[in-house]
Design a protein around this ligand. Structure first.
Ligand code: UDP
Length: 237
């Protein structure tokens, strides 16, 4: 597989074309951003961890009949994925109150929900990725009603799989963000990444934060936290 032109450079990844029009190469960087790009930094080794972790988790999800863009890990930082057009919605699943949920609704961080929630943000940097209702997303033709039903079904199935897997690693899955894409035939698949950049992961015993909140909130020990969750994951595969 030959790496072609760079198609796109995002906050945490670069995307390259290949000689197959249906396949792309993603390359994970150590760059970290938060608060819609206002806070910038580097988390040394993050790209390697996120690449490996996302690939291992996506392979598990695929085994559970959740289609993903994953094709093949090429190196420490690079993965071959199916080319998709991203549905411009961030799909957020929550098991426990934290982050924007706690702020918006005045619910203390750590309150456990009886059933998980799902919500959407409109992927638009200029607008700051605002929360969006399903009817608004459909009206704006961001996705069809049918696609939104499929996405919600996959999102809750991803939660069931990841929640129990992380529990077996001694890690509580608080919340996470997913992105979905359409293959050239319109099939919806899970895309983007699943990593400590996109999930809140707390140590089940101590409640210690093992994710990007350490960077967002200047808690220190960011690299160690990423390495710790990666270690737990590989020990429990
Ligand atoms: N998240 C993300 N990218 C975003 C916004 C959120 O990956 O642009 C993840 C975040 O890491 C957390 C979950 O989605 O695991 C819920 O985030 P929340 O809405 O609480 O927003 P935040 O507190 O991150 O601003």
């Amino acid at each position: 597989m030959t790496k072609g032109n760079q198609l796109y450079e995002g906050k945490a990844k670069k995307v390259f074309e290949t000689d197959d029009p249906e396949l792309l190469i993603v390359s994970y960087k150590d760059d970290a951003t938060a608060f819609n790009g206002l806070k910038k930094g580097t988390i040394v080794g993050k790209g390697v961890i996120n690449n490996r972790m996302s690939n291992l988790l996506m392979q598990r999800l695929q085994q559970a009949d959740i289609p993903t863009h994953f094709v093949q890990e090429l190196s420490d930082r690079e993965t071959l994925v199916k080319r998709v057009t991203i549905v411009p919605l961030e799909v957020i699943v929550r098991n426990i109150a934290a982050g924007s949920f706690s702020q918006r609704y005045g619910v203390a961080e750590g309150v456990v929900f009886e059933t998980p929630t799902v919500e959407f943000s409109y992927k638009n940097d200029a607008l700051g990725d605002p929360l969006i209702g399903e009817y608004h997303a459909i009206a704006m033709k961001l996705a069809t009603k049918e696609e939104i039903e499929i996405i919600k079904d996959y999102a809750f199935r991803v939660n069931d799989q990841l929640k129990s897997f992380w529990a077996s690693c001694g890690v509580t899955l608080v919340d996470f963000k997913l992105e979905f894409g359409r293959l050239s035939d319109g099939t919806i698949v899970l895309a983007d990444e699943i990593s400590p950049d996109t999930c809140r992961l707390w140590d089940s015993k101590t409640g210690e934060k093992l994710d990007k909140d350490r960077f967002r909130r200047d808690l220190g020990g960011v690299e160690d936290a990423y390495a710790e969750v990666m270690k737990r994951l590989t020990e429990h595969l």
